[in-house]
Design a protein around this ligand. Sequence first.
Ligand SMILES: CC(C)(C)CCc1c(C(=O)O)[nH]c(=O)[nH]c1=O
Length: 309
Amino acid sequence: ATTKTKIGNSEFRNCFMNAAGVYCYDKNELEQVINSAAGTFVTKTATLQSRSGNPEPRYHDTALGSINSMGLPNLGFDYYLDYLLELQKTHPDRTFFFSLVGMSTEDTHTLLKKVQESDFNGITELNLSCPNVPGKPQIAYDMETTENLLTDIFSYFKKPLGVKLPPYFDIVHFDQAATVFNKFPLTFINCVNSIGNGLVIEDESVVIKPKNGFGGIGGEYIKPTALANVHAFYKRLNPSIQIIGTGGVLTGQDAFEHILCGASMVQLGTTLHKEGPSAFERITNELKAIMDKKGYKTIEDFKGKLKYL
Ligand SMILES: CC(C)(C)CCc1c(C(=O)O)[nH]c(=O)[nH]c1=O
């Protein structure tokens, strides 16, 4: 069996990659993902200026997953763009993902115009969990703002673009969000970002410093939510918009379930943070074993073919 995949016009030797934020802060980490069994990588979400992020501890592992309020620590847009352009020379046969977000709508357009005008030929992932104007929920939970933002972006951005989405929990929100996304030539949507504002306690205390311990939840806790978001959008979106599945992938079976729900690519976050880049080879082998047992030669043989009762 082969676990190769395609996103837009780009082919990848493997359908696994890191989730933005994990193993992607600098060249050292990104190089480890390049040299692993992963098919590609996505950068840490980049902002116009570099950011130190929130006070530590800001990430904490638990038995069933993780919690984080990193606060977007990153080396700044130019660092990642320079590295991506260097990789286009040293690895011309590979396509990489560039995650970015503006701290304001204006910054988002500045960033995307820079990408559009650059020689970057990879895929851009816009983080829609980005902050909105104070008093309003994150962009992706504000459908009008999301539609207006995407309308403006697609007036000038002509390179492959996808959006990283927080989980939705209401069927009406799946309907409303899909209606908006179907209006645009998105290459993909990535479901899901961490489940926002969870709280982990040890003994009598929170475990991270920012936001009185509130943070995004990842890991085993979130697989049912991640699978539901992947499948809900798979059933609602134009087939031209592919789905990247993220959330709760610890084993080849978890990846198999994401693909069964409609994912064309699968990202590792918490598992990668805990296990390191060797997780890519382990999980790839586990998925191949499942495919061999079931007689599936490629992921297209079972992608989106979730059975109902
Ligand atoms: C939550 C934001 C800081 C607005 C975006 C960056 C981000 C972070 C982060 O940098 O805190 N953590 C996540 O789990 N997902 C994210 O999208």
